[in-house]
Design a binder for this molecule. Structure first.
Ligand SMILES: *Cc1c(COP(=O)(O)O)cnc(C)c1O
Length: 355
């Protein structure tokens, strides 16, 4: 029989990152902070000791313990992945049967829908409120009506930057038998994590990543946290050597300095707050251009604007990359200087738009 791609992937196209060299990158929610010299020296020393001819530890024991102690969870509950993207892909590929329907929200992380398609999992996009918040009661009602077996969402949300408080998230988890996959990629910037009560839930998976607050997007390291029944199933279906030795060592070093992580996170939040204030005052001066600036619980600001495309392109000409998403712009915080530069350029661009 002649080989053909399965129907469900025939129209898929490769992910298109922004290409080109831009002086200021505010498009991918990464951290603007790179390793300090002392961190790099310690990592280099560790990298010199790696047995490059041997396979890595399939269960990332040393790394898992460091992660668990930083977040105050039981290491039994923790499984590491090659970025949390790999874990999301694995869950969509193995945790759902044909006939299952997984709920996602409109205006949430686009990869959820992509993996649904990739694995032929039926996917139901549930609406958010007009102000982009999640209504738990309505969501639970819809989940019942649609026979939902799993739901995945980011909290705080990428791209809206909005957070759903602990009590609401608990209501959602307790109100359903479906598997709840709670992506806390940005929770380090906010204080409403459910990580330390993970043991209370049979149907909850929490996802974490080192790519955002921890500033390690390049090493590809993410984690799943769930009760051992779920965690062991993930260990059973994952590829054994999914986290390479170099990543494991760098991750161990990273979590060895919890104070550094906290200081860096606080600095990022401070810069995001200043950026948000500055963008909000632009919205006061140009209410027809920045029609809404959302209250961010993350390291980026989310702006509603009918001029997204023009602003995005003007910023690119000035070597600043942000993310254009239809009616919205998403701008990750940079350093203090980068943010000041951005705001000056934005002022100039918005001024030009009203002429
Ligand atoms: C960035 C991001 C991730 C991906 O994290 P990686 O660990 O780099 O794969 C997952 N979820 C959300 C919501 C994100 O914004």
């Amino acid at each position: 029989m002649k080989y053909q791609f399965p129907k469900r992937i025939q129209d898929m196209t490769p992910y298109q990152p922004i290409t080109g060299d831009y002086q200021i990158r505010m498009d991918a929610n990464e951290s603007y902070l790179n390793l300090s010299d002392t961190q790099w020296q310690r990592i280099q020393a560790r990298l010199a000791e790696v047995a490059y001819n041997r396979y890595p530890d399939p269960y990332t024991v040393a790394l898992g313990e460091k992660f668990a102690s930083f977040y105050g969870v039981d290491p039994q509950f923790v499984v590491a992945g090659n970025g949390s993207d790999e874990i999301i892909s694995l869950l969509f590929g193995t945790f759902f049967d044909e006939g299952d329907t997984v709920a996602v929200f409109q205006n949430d992380f686009s990869m959820y829908g992509v993996y649904c398609e990739t694995y032929g999992v039926s996917c139901k996009a549930l609406p958010k409120e007009d102000n982009l918040t999640i209504n738990v009661e309505k969501t639970l009602q819809r989940m019942k009506e649609e026979n939902i077996t799993g739901i995945i969402f980011s909290n705080p949300c990428n791209p809206t930057s909005l957070g759903l408080g602990k009590e609401d998230v608990r209501k959602l988890i307790r109100g359903t038998d479906a598997l709840v996959i709670l992506d806390e990629a940005y929770m380090d910037f906010w204080g409403e994590s459910l990580l330390n009560e993970i043991g209370e839930y049979e149907n909850l998976i929490i996802l974490k990543t080192c790519s955002k607050a921890l500033g390690m997007a390049g090493i590809r390291l993410g984690f799943l946290v769930a009760n051992p029944k779920i965690a062991d199933m993930v260990r059973a279906v994952k590829s054994p050597y999914n986290v390479n030795s170099l990543t494991q060592v760098v991750g161990e070093e990273l979590f060895s300095e919890p104070e550094k992580i906290r200081t860096a996170t606080a600095e990022i939040v401070e810069n995001k707050n200043r950026l948000e204030q500055a963008v909000k005052s632009l919205a006061v001066d140009y209410p027809n251009i920045f029609t809404k600036v959302y209250d961010s619980c993350t390291n980026f600001v989310f702006i509603k604007t009918p001029y997204g495309k023009e602003i995005f392109q003007e910023l690119l000409h000035r070597s600043i990359a942000v993310r254009f998403m239809g009616d919205y712009l998403r701008i990750s915080t940079g350093s203090k200087d980068e943010n000041s530069f951005l705001i000056r350029e934005l002022q100039d661009i918005l001024q030009g738009l009203i002429k």
